[in-house]
Design a protein around this ligand. Structure first.
Ligand code: SF4
Length: 244
């Protein structure tokens, strides 16, 4: 995979649909495969549109058919030995990025390290060469929408690190800003509140109730559109479901 933004039409798919279920009839298996292909085709169109609009907004866009290909793409975008940091993200764990940052190839400001001074690490992250994160939503209009409790992640996405690499499963793609807000309120925020064990009502109700609780996970709302510095933000869209 080259280290240039990928054109989705030229991407050779390496991800394969799950193999045939031999307990089912051939007819059903064929039908299932056709449905998968149809859905895949629609998703490819959405990914293609999103990539085009990210580029218009001066963000570089890459496509990784599977999460297994993310790490090699990361290696093409970062120099060995450079300083890297990461925002809280299930996607980065699932794609193997956090483990890779700890491999010794990079100087990782690791907020998850034993005895780490997390507040200090979050501040030092502003001077990193590369900041890794996912996104709460990625619109087909080429915008990133993120909501933070601390604000450290969105702050570093906006300013500080020389480059920001955003890894997002295709499940993060939404039509527009309105759908991005809905996605955060219905999926991302409640799921993260559960993951972090926060005493926020959405963790029990299952959706946002616009609380004023001490455990509120949504305090800073950031929508990133056209960028002043071309290519500072790089988005890797993965053709698999990742994170919340
Ligand atoms: S505002 Fe409160 S209820 Fe709504 S998603 Fe955020 S933490 Fe949950």
């Amino acid at each position: 995979m080259s280290a240039v933004p990928l054109d989705i039409q030229n991407v050779k798919r390496t991800g394969k649909a799950s193999g045939p279920d031999h307990n089912r009839s051939d007819e059903m298996t064929a039908e299932g495969k056709a449905m998968d292909q149809n859905l895949r085709k629609i998703m490819d169109k959405r990914i293609e549109k999103t990539i085009e609009n990210l580029k218009k907004n001066r963000m570089e866009a890459y496509y990784a058919p599977t999460k297994a290909e993310v790490v090699s793409l990361v290696d093409q975008l970062c120099r060995p030995g450079e300083t890297v940091a990461a925002g809280g993200s299930m996607t980065l764990f699932e794609a193997g990025v956090i483990d890779h940052l700890n491999s010794g190839k990079y100087h990782h400001l690791d907020r998850y390290a034993k005895n780490a001074d997390v507040q200090r690490v979050m501040r030092e992250a502003f001077f990193a060469d590369t900041y890794f994160t996912s996104t709460n939503a990625l619109t087909e209009e080429g915008e990133l929408y993120n909501v933070d409790g601390n604000g450290n992640r969105v702050a570093a996405m906006l300013f500080g690190p020389k480059q920001v690499i955003v890894v997002a499963g295709y499940n993060k793609i939404v039509a527009d800003g309105e759908e991005a807000v809905r996605r955060v309120e219905k999926v991302a925020a409640p799921a993260n509140a559960v993951r972090l064990g926060l005493p926020a009502p959405c963790a029990t109700v299952g959706e946002c109730v616009h609380c004023r609780s001490d455990g509120r996970i949504c305090c800073d709302y950031v929508r990133m559109g056209m960028q002043r510095t071309p290519g500072r933000v790089k988005v890797i869209i993965v053709g698999e479901t990742l994170g919340y």
